[in-house]
Write a protein that binds this ligand. Structure first.
Ligand code: SAH
Length: 265
């Protein structure tokens, strides 16, 4: 079985068994769980997952790989293969019940060594249906994982940190060097664990407003808030929330951003 990796599909296949084993040790699967793998490629993670006996749905865009996977895993009856674009895929349909009656053990556990060019939109697409997701483990560029997990007052703290931390608990698990893949990417990678919050950690009236204020504040991150947020809120409004208007975006907590977002019309 051969397949020439395609750059346009972001194909970097994992071939380092110690990394695959580290991933498996981190995720701690149970046989009665329902898993979803995004971008299975040639099945480096798919195969060990299938062997655990759990229920697995995989979503792959490259049709050649879909045929290869169908053939390779034809003897497994715990696998469903979806030939589809994960960015457009309706993940909530895989979860059997509606939000109010979904039981904990029916939630999806998501995993993927993601194509790096689509990783951010894909994570937000999945988080649109966060209610049906138990957790997610992704291989991403290390730089992106650091931005997702960054705390205030650091250079890496930005829009991605605030928005992801609004939806999830985030944790960098371990780094993965380029030579673990074929072909080797140019950058270091890392595994991130994302656990959607059961209850929102802060009060947000409308997530679009939170997003607007966060985007605006970080689009001019060197400016003080009273300048960077001029179009959205007045200096008096910022002060009324007990936030110092001469701070910069990177000094604000998620809760500060939530309060600012709640001020918008
Ligand atoms: N998980 C495999 C492959 C990683 S490469 C491994 O670790 O070896 C990334 C995979 O994502 C490729 O198989 C690629 O074809 C697939 N892919 C790229 N864009 C996708 C999309 N929009 N939806 C689903 N799969 C996609």
């Amino acid at each position: 079985m051969t397949h020439t990796p395609r750059k346009r599909f972001g194909q970097n296949f994992l071939h380092d068994h110690s990394i695959i084993n580290n991933i498996l040790a981190s995720i701690q699967t149970q046989p009665d769980e329902h898993w979803v793998e995004i971008g299975p490629g040639m099945g480096a993670l798919t195969e060990p997952l299938l062997k655990k006996g759990l229920r697995l749905d995989i979503v792959e865009l490259d049709r050649d790989l879909v045929s290869l996977l169908k053939d390779k895993f034809r003897h497994y009856n715990n696998l469903q293969i979806h030939s589809a674009d994960a960015l457009k895929f309706n993940f909530s349909e895989l979860a059997s019940s509606s939000p109010d009656i979904l039981k904990q053990n029916e939630k999806l556990r998501v995993i993927g060594n993601l194509p790096y060019n689509i990783s951010t939109p894909l994570m937000f697409h999945l988080l649109d249906n966060a209610y049906c997701i138990e957790d997610m483990h992704f291989m991403l560029q290390k730089e992106v994982v650091e931005r997702i997990c960054a705390a205030p007052d650091s250079k890496k703290y930005g829009r991605l940190s605030v928005m992801m931390q609004y939806y999830c608990e985030t944790e960098l698990l371990f780094e993965v060097p380029p030579e673990s893949f074929d072909p080797a990417p140019k950058v270091m990678s890392a595994i991130v664990r994302l656990i959607p919050h059961q209850q929102p950690p802060v009060i947000v009236n409308d997530v679009k407003k939170l997003n607007r204020v966060v985007t605006e504040a970080f689009s001019q991150r060197r400016k003080t808030l009273r300048n960077s947020l001029k179009k959205l809120v007045t200096e008096e409004q910022i002060v009324s929330l007990d936030i110092n208007p001469v701070l910069r975006a990177e000094n604000l907590s998620l809760n500060d951003f939530a309060k600012l977002g709640n001020l918008l019309d």
